[in-house]
Design a binder for this molecule. Structure first.
Ligand SMILES: Cc1ncc(COP(=O)(O)O)c(C=O)c1O
Length: 377
């Protein structure tokens, strides 16, 4: 009944795990901030609804919001203006629009392994072949220049990058961003740069792919920065000619983004940024606790994430990562097996720290109880 493009596509295991969780399990599988959107942002949405802003809006988003988005990123790319911005239904829609707009049947698309669960299926749905490049713990989840250069072929159309990374927590250095920019220019590759965690960085400023090549589309979102995952507002920033093409696919997908929630997004960008700073400060404290605690737990080895809100430790128990996730679930911890993010995620777990320090303490206690008797390799 379905087209062959759906062959082999499965829904991600992440949601399946939640469905089977005991009610008092500590949730370390979470992929969204455990905060609410700031109050003035919520008020802006209510006001928009109450004042009648409930109709279709412009295809590519409210002009004032596109101006505010351009202003937010102008430091990365001088001259950025509303012509460069398309507002979407979350980063998710933006990623799919990029796939439909750029990939042809038979194209190869370089995607990170481990990487966010949408990139390969999007390539497949668009008829292209995902080709994995590796992010390894021993390399601090950074790019392997030699490997990347070898993977580029005459059929490579695009490369998807994600900085900061879900699930690895790696974040680009200037050198890595320049490497991708050079590859893009030398081989005429489109760069789809997923930067939805750009404000959630801990030790050094975010390095954006904007401005590194004319073929960059930056995908971004309000979901994580302003804790509004359920509102579904994101955006793409690209050269005006690219934005125009992307807007066509976007129009035939959703017609236009939600009007009242765009008013919330506008209030979020133009209002006080203290709530974002407070959230990131809290995430940093939790990251420091969790990384130390995992490294002090026999069997786990964890690098320090530079951004986002996930740890991605490797482990040496005599179980695979799905088995370990199931075992942890029986011991009241929800986690995500590394294999969900690609073959190189095997023997890793993703533990999110989008949960209170109190719960993380309890989660670590449960993890330690669950793993202390396990055989190690
Ligand atoms: C790396 C990455 N990109 C994109 C998204 C999509 O986010 P949204 O559609 O809520 O903007 C997520 C959500 O988890 C993510 O982790």
């Amino acid at each position: 009944m379905f087209s062959s493009r759906l062959d082999g596509l499965e829904t991600s295991d992440i949601r399946k795990l939640f469905e089977n969780a005991p009610p008092d399990a500590i949730n370390m599988g979470i992929g969204e901030p455990d905060f609410q959107p700031p109050e003035h942002v919520r008020e802006a949405v209510k006001k928009a609804i109450d004042s009648g802003q409930n109709k279709y809006g412009p295809i590519i988003g409210l002009p004032a919001l596109r101006d505010a988005i351009a202003a937010r990123h102008v430091r990365h790319l001088p001259g950025l203006a509303r012509e460069n911005v398309v507002v979407t239904a979350g980063g998710s829609e933006a990623l799919m629009v990029c796939a439909q707009a750029f990939y042809e049947k038979g194209d190869e698309v370089l995607v990170p392994n481990p990487g966010f669960v949408f990139y390969s299926p999007h390539a497949r749905i668009a008829g292209a072949k995902p080709v994995h490049y590796s992010l390894k713990q021993e390399n601090d989840f950074g790019l392997d220049e030699e490997e990347l250069k070898k993977l580029v072929s005459g059929r490579t159309r695009a490369i998807v990058v994600n900085t900061p990374s879900n699930p690895c927590g790696g974040a680009f250095t200037q050198k890595e961003a320049n490497l991708i920019g050079d590859l893009s220019r030398d081989h005429k590759l489109v760069v789809i740069s997923d930067e939805v965690y750009d404000e959630i960085v801990y030790d050094r400023p975010h390095v954006s792919m904007l401005g590194k090549s004319e073929r960059v589309v930056m995908v971004n979102s309000f979901s994580k920065t302003y804790a509004m995952t359920g509102w579904r507002i994101g955006y793409m920033v690209a050269a005006a000619a690219l934005a125009e093409g992307l807007a066509k696919v976007h129009y035939y997908t959703i017609a236009c983004p939600s009007t009242p929630y765009q008013h919330g997004a506008l209030a979020a960008l133009t209002g006080p940024q203290e709530p974002v700073k407070a959230m990131v400060k809290e995430f940093k404290e939790r990251r420091d606790y969790l990384v130390k605690a995992l490294n002090e737990t026999p069997g786990f080895k964890c690098t320090l994430p530079k951004g986002a809100f996930y740890t991605f430790p490797s482990f040496d128990f005599a179980l695979d990562d799905r088995e370990l996730a199931a075992h942890l679930l029986q011991n009241n911890v929800i986690s995500t097996p590394g294999i969900s993010f690609g073959s190189l995620g095997a023997k890793h777990m993703r533990f999110s720290y989008a949960n209170s320090l109190k719960n993380l303490h309890k989660g670590v206690e449960n993890i330690r109880n669950a793993t202390k008797g396990l055989k190690r390799k």
